[in-house]
Design a protein around this ligand. Sequence first.
Ligand code: B16
Ligand code: MG
Length: 220
Amino acid sequence: MTIDIHAFIFDLDGVITDTAEFHYLAWKRLADEEGIPFTRQDNEALRGVSRRESLDRLLKGRSIDEATAQAWMQRKNDYYIASLNDITLANVLPGALNLLDEARRAGIRIGLASASKNAQFVLEKLSIIDRFDAIGDGYSVVNTKPAPDLFIWTAGRLDVSPPQAVIFEDSEAGIAAALTGGFWTVGIGHASVDKAHVLLPDLSEARAAAILAALRTTSE
Ligand code: B16
Ligand code: MG
């Protein structure tokens, strides 16, 4: 099979920057205040999933009414936003900017596809929002990862079809979404992404040409 890639689409948290720790601390504060046990290990299951699904996983079957759920999500988000105050370009993960620049020079379009409703704000704080040709976020589609909708939406904005795009993801839900959508996939960092076509520990040594060559090998 020949591969014809015209776009790279990046997840945000865990790929471009590491906001997982800030998400964890915000959920942890809420959980402590409400007397709900919540550990770092529990937090791993929230990687890449929406705010609502994160709350459901944190509750582990406890039931709360809808008004309380909305209030708790708002409170968690307030804690999260406050913790983003000090992030800067220095919080972009090693290698990410090089890869974005290199891909752009090679004529590859650049998209972002994050489950986060705060994605645009985070990109602005990181001073890299201008580097993306299209941004899909937690407001773009109804069905979040592992549904493929967000990647399909973002690919549409970039005017490419799924087989013309590579998704860079650090979450199991994200890789599942991308594979269901018919995209090429690069799994970053965790054992939970091992279904991806290509695996990288992080982006520090990532080179666009090497990634395209590795995808070509897997498609032979
Ligand atoms: P928000 P990603 C995801 O970002 C996070 O990994 C996940 O932990 C978070 O719950 C989700 O965004 C929603 O975030 O509460 O800011 O809307 O990995 O898809 O970039
Ligand atoms: Mg992620």
